[in-house]
Ligand binder design. Structure first.
Ligand SMILES: Cc1cc2nc3c(=O)[nH]c(=O)nc-3n(C[C@H](O)[C@H](O)[C@H](O)COP(=O)(O)OP(=O)(O)OC[C@H]3O[C@@H](n4cnc5c(N)ncnc54)[C@H](O)[C@@H]3O)c2cc1C
Length: 387
């Protein structure tokens, strides 16, 4: 057995680590996150200059190459400082490069992947509907009706992150009302946000405020046939394998947040004094950081295992569920301990613990809730489906 990361990956990780400290330090991330009316375009442009949008896209389409392990390392390092704002990179990487790369035609790949690699195209995911995200398929009301030359979309989506600045939305809609099963008769559309009939409205929320998460109203939105991704009516079958990839990225973001928390907690414990000594001498606080470090290591082991398995094309479904579960619970617990270690300053908007806590709170809910993840793990143990 070999648990070590090969040299090429370590070099990439170390380069991104240094880049983050120089170009996207925590204080800047804190200021950027706060302003819910201003999307951080400057951060997006820095990612472009560093070539991050092209990680995972082959050189043939102007990308940087790299596999899921590379993407996982990038996600972790970005989140150490940026927390949830690392999604600014992740959403387009998932909605755009992953989806077009996997289901796109050669013409679609040639048209869109170079634009994504070079930071000229932002994408957002519009799957969840107001009537329910966990039972996404059962509650889906958005319809796609065949018309001459394409489709007409009607419906309502919610929580589509960064949709207000996106050039394209990845939309899933019910294209066959008579399908026998709810996971059948669904189609994936790549919708330009300039299309008439689209109304995109940012929603107020707890964390990742400047990234914006939006409601999307679709009224008679025409989508040309050339903007259908993959085979019509078979979207769910196509999407399933990519959901594992998304869970691995969530695991990486959570681990990055734990890294940031541990750094800040240890720093503070050395500087802050009480009763004539650094607070790092108090056993209670030492236990807290020992717990955070243990969460860091267990999350890392599971993350590396899942990314390695995915890179070899093995079935990672149940492992990716377990990773998403422990990574999000660990990150949120670690952030809570981090706040406690900093005392009043942990609650202050001028330190990062509150930001890590708010951001990691989402990952217990999205992209899939931890209750639903547990349902899947239990079912995998041979128990009957509970819903
Ligand atoms: C900030 C933010 C950003 C997001 N970004 C995006 C995005 O970019 N694109 C996108 O498409 N979506 C996005 N989402 C949506 C996210 O994926 C959903 O919120 C998530 O899937 C949960 O759906 P829901 O909110 O409708 O909760 P519900 O489905 O209404 O669930 C409510 C509660 O019921 C529980 N529950 C439901 N069914 C079961 C069951 N069978 N067993 C046990 N418990 C159950 C859930 O676990 C949860 O606790 C985002 C959400 C947020 C908050």
């Amino acid at each position: 057995m070999d648990f070590s990361l090969p040299e090429e990956y370590r070099a990439f990780r170390d380069t991104v680590h240094r880049w983050v400290d120089a170009e996207a330090p925590k204080k800047w991330a804190r200021d950027l996150e706060r302003d819910e009316h201003n999307y951080p375009f400057e951060l997006w442009d820095k990612f472009t200059a560093a070539g991050f949008h092209g990680v995972g896209i082959s050189e043939e389409y102007d990308g940087q190459g790299g596999d899921v392990i590379m993407q996982m390392l990038l996600a972790r390092e970005l989140a150490r400082s940026l927390g949830g704002l690392a999604w600014i990179w992740g959403i387009t990487s998932f909605a755009g490069s992953k989806s077009i790369g996997l289901y796109g035609t050669e013409a679609q790949k040639k048209k869109y992947l170079p634009l994504i690699s070079t930071g000229q195209l932002k994408a957002a995911i519009a799957f969840t509907e107001p009537s329910g995200g966990t039972d996404l398929l059962g509650s889906m009301r958005t319809t796609a009706e065949r018309v001459e030359g394409g489709w007409k979309l009607n419906g309502e989506k919610i929580w589509s992150s960064s949709a207000h600045v996106a050039d394209y939305l990845l939309v899933i809609a019910r294209s066959d009302k008579n399908a026998e099963k709810k996971h059948q008769g669904l189609t994936l559309f790549w919708v330009p946000t300039t299309t008439p009939g689209l109304t995109i409205t940012p929603l107020a929320k707890l964390g990742m405020r400047s990234m914006g998460s939006c409601s999307v109203h679709l009224q008679d939105v025409f989508v040309a046939d050339e903007n259908v991704l993959g085979e019509p009516d078979r979207a769910w079958y196509m999407l399933l394998p990519t959901l594992n990839n998304e869970r691995i990225m969530v695991g990486a973001f959570c681990l990055g947040v734990i890294d940031g928390i541990l750094e800040d907690a240890l720093d503070y414990m050395k500087q802050r004094h009480a009763f004539g000594k650094p607070i790092g001498q108090f056993q209670a606080l030492q236990h807290y950081v020992a717990d955070i470090a243990t969460m860091q290591t267990t999350t890392e082991l599971m993350l590396h295992y899942c990314a390695w398995k995915q890179s070899k094309g093995e079935n990672v479904g149940n492992d990716a569920n377990m990773l998403k579960l422990i990574a999000s619970e660990n990150a949120n617990k670690a952030a809570d301990l981090g706040i406690q270690i900093l005392g009043g300053m942990g609650y202050s908007a001028d330190t990062d613990m509150q930001r890590y806590w708010r951001d990691s709170r989402l990952w217990r809910i999205g992209p899939i809730t931890n209750e639903m993840v547990r349902n899947g793990i239990a079912e995998n143990l041979g128990l009957p489906r509970s819903f």
